[in-house]
Design a protein around this ligand. Structure first.
Ligand code: AHR
Length: 503
């Protein structure tokens, strides 16, 4: 059976923000150390930043980069991470059972962003686990105040004359999770988040603030948590956060391929909850969504590994969460990107967790090369061609049966119209065995030709890029895609991620 899409510029979801293509650098495993920062690496610059990684980060096209956690932030003492590197204390990182050297800190993070280029924007989290309002204000003053106060002058004395200009701030991380250091009830968190937000706005009314939502739609407190937190913080914050990770539970690949069904319902449920609170408060303000952790993550493997940690072993930058992504993973990942784009009217910040080595599109070897994982390609293509106005596509697709989500569409798709009038269709075929014929009706769009149909697929769905074979998987050109008389015709290979560009 053929899948059909209808595109019409009169029907749109909304405009994307560059922040939709953000990522995340946490002090976790080798994301920072031997990931982006490795002073002894042959490509490292004078600041210890690996240039091979920097090149890949630029190619990936990431914008906003969230920092320094994640679970790590709930024990974070920002003042440990500034000043002369040799004087910085070594600390236990309870979140990841590691030793944090603080060799890379706040100034190095801002320096890294500046090296990436103007598209890179900081998104800083404050610690609301072991700390509170006072420390958040101190960090804000150190980072953003020009000069003439104790903490801004301290920053200047550390060599950073210009303030860091951090606009976007996360009020803690996953405070609903019992694993979080300083975990709180919704009432407790709502209060501290509101007071922190109020104080940070007193210092600078221009900050944009993200309240913690749930760590996943499956959390027992989901929705009640958002409602309670937003009742406390509605007028004080701009965003509520969402986090979601997917993996093939019990080896159920068919459900795994439909993970975006869960992601889309998660988004829609948070929108409904936030708008419900807005209605209760008779507010005209709309809270947007910051999907600031999303990815494929083989979480069960991490949980098994965590149980094996020796209590007295606190390694520096151990190999943690180093998932090696297959073609199947990349197709699911692409579908998650489609889900975000399809909700670009309300999801106005999103961060791929994470950037390097830790569940990441970029991998490195200490002293050795850096390479692209399979998931690198969908992200880079979406970041490059997915900016503009998202069209409200009408999908008519054959379906398949999944254990977790019931009947799911084989086709998952969206389309984005760029400022120059070109249109890019992003599409996933979830069938593991069958090619999917696709017909796209283009109404009211002045498009004459197929610029490119790029596809990521492989005869081996388990194929991946590795240290020994870093270029095993990459997108290739699809054949036979045509555009005639306002109809686009293509064939989507089994288990594939597709980018079809029309001009
Ligand atoms: O991204 C890995 C971890 O996942 C983060 O530290 C935490 O916020 C989430 O549970």
């Amino acid at each position: 059976r053929t899948a059909h899409l209808t595109l019409d510029p009169a029907f749109t979801v909304g405009d994307t923000t560059p922040r939709l293509f953000g990522s995340f650098v946490e002090h976790l495993g080798r994301c920072v150390y031997t990931g982006i920062f490795e002073p002894t690496h042959p490509t490292a610059d004078a600041d210890g930043i690996r240039q091979d990684v920097l090149d890949l980060v630029r190619e990936l096209g990431v914008t906003t980069i969230r920092y320094p956690g994640g679970n790590f932030v709930s024990g974070y003492k920002w003042e440990d991470s500034v000043g002369p590197a040799d004087d910085r204390p070594r600390r236990l990182d309870l979140a990841w059972h590691s030793t944090e050297t603080n060799r890379f800190g706040l100034s190095e993070y801002i320096g890294f962003l500046r090296k990436i280029g103007p598209q890179a924007e900081p998104m800083m989290a404050v610690n609301l686990g072991t700390r509170g309002v006072a420390e958040a204000l101190e960090l804000q003053e150190y980072a953003n105040h020009r000069e003439g106060t104790a903490l801004s002058d301290l920053r200047v004395s550390h060599g950073d004359k210009d303030p860091f200009g951090i606009r976007l701030w996360c009020l803690g991380n996953e405070m609903d999770g019992p694993w979080q250091t300083g975990h709180k009830t919704a009432e407790e968190y709502g209060r501290v988040a509101a007071e922190t937000a109020r104080a940070m706005r007193q210092a600078d009314p221009g900050v944009e603030l993200v309240a913690c939502g749930s760590s996943g739609q499956g959390m027992p407190t989901f929705a009640e948590w958002e409602a309670t937190v937003l009742k406390e913080t509605y007028d004080l914050v701009d965003y509520v956060s969402l986090h979601a990770y997917y993996w093939p539970e019990d080896g159920d690949i068919d459900s795994f391929l439909a993970s975006a069904v869960d992601m889309e319902s998660f988004i829609e449920n948070v929108v409904a909850t936030a708008d419900h609170v807005g209605a209760l408060l008779k507010s005209k303000k709309r809270i947007n969504l910051s999907f600031d952790e999303w990815n494929v993550w083989y979480q069960s493997e991490w949980e098994a590994r965590a149980k094996t940690f020796a209590q007295d072993d606190w390694p520096e930058a151990p190999r943690l969460l180093e998932d090696h992504y297959s073609v199947t993973d990349a197709v699911v990942f692409g579908s998650l990107l489609i889900a975000l784009l399809r909700h670009a009217d309300r999801v106005t910040v999103a961060c791929l967790a994470q950037l390097v080595n830790v569940i990441a599109p970029i991998m490195t070897e200490p002293g050795g090369p850096a390479w692209r994982q399979t998931t690198f390609f969908p992200f880079a293509q979406a970041a490059r061609h997915g900016q503009g106005r998202v069209l409200d596509v009408r999908v008519d697709s054959p379906t398949y049966e999944t254990k977790k989500y019931g009947e799911a569409d084989l086709l998952h798709a969206t389309a984005v119209r760029g400022e120059d009038g070109t249109v890019t269709v992003f599409a996933v075929n979830r069938s593991r065995t069958e090619a999917l014929p696709l017909e796209v009706t283009l109404n009211g769009l002045d498009l004459a030709s197929v610029v490119e149909h790029s596809v990521l697929s492989d005869s081996d769905p388990d194929a991946r890029n590795t240290l020994d074979d870093p270029d095993r998987v990459k997108p290739h050109a699809a054949e036979g895609t045509t555009l005639t008389g306002g109809t686009l015709t293509a064939t989507l290979e089994p288990l594939s991620w597709n980018v079809i560009r029309l001009a």
